[in-house]
Unconditional design. Structure first.
Length: 135
């Protein structure tokens, strides 16, 4: 039952995100920029370096945090998910900044910020209403 609920939540978040992107593109006249799906999509060399550093730091931090929480503080394992969310938010903020500052299409940053706000709202709703069931 967990995976069914999780799948429905993911589909709903993707649908809301897509709908908001379409609406914002029409309302704010934002051009559609072609991006590859699993490509890092770095704006420039500085963005690539910062993103690589953040990914290395977050990987080491998350592995260390998970190890410490798993072996010493099992009751606080949810802190791992908060840290994961914080690093994801930071990554989106950095991407939005570089889209706003260094591209030909600065309005794309609006879409990036909207995407992370939808994800944050979904996480808050899922946690607040305990939609994935007891843990």
């Amino acid at each position: 039952m967990f995976w069914l609920r999780f799948g429905v939540i993911i589909v709903c978040v993707l649908a809301v995100n897509s709908l908001l992107k379409v609406l914002l593109r029409k309302l704010l006249k934002i051009e559609k920029v072609k991006k590859e799906v699993f490509s890092p999509n770095h704006i420039n060399e500085l963005h690539r370096k910062i993103d690589k550093g953040l990914r290395i730091f977050s990987t080491i931090s998350l592995i260390s945090l998970y190890t410490v929480l798993l072996f010493y503080y099992e009751d606080f394992i949810y802190l791992f998910f908060f840290a994961l969310t914080a690093f994801t938010i930071l990554d989106y903020i950095i991407s939005a900044f570089f889209e706003w500052k260094y591209t030909l299409y600065p309005k794309q940053s609006i879409l990036t910020i909207t995407e992370i706000l939808v994800i944050i709202a979904a996480i808050i709703i899922v946690v607040q209403f305990n939609l994935l069931g007891p843990y």
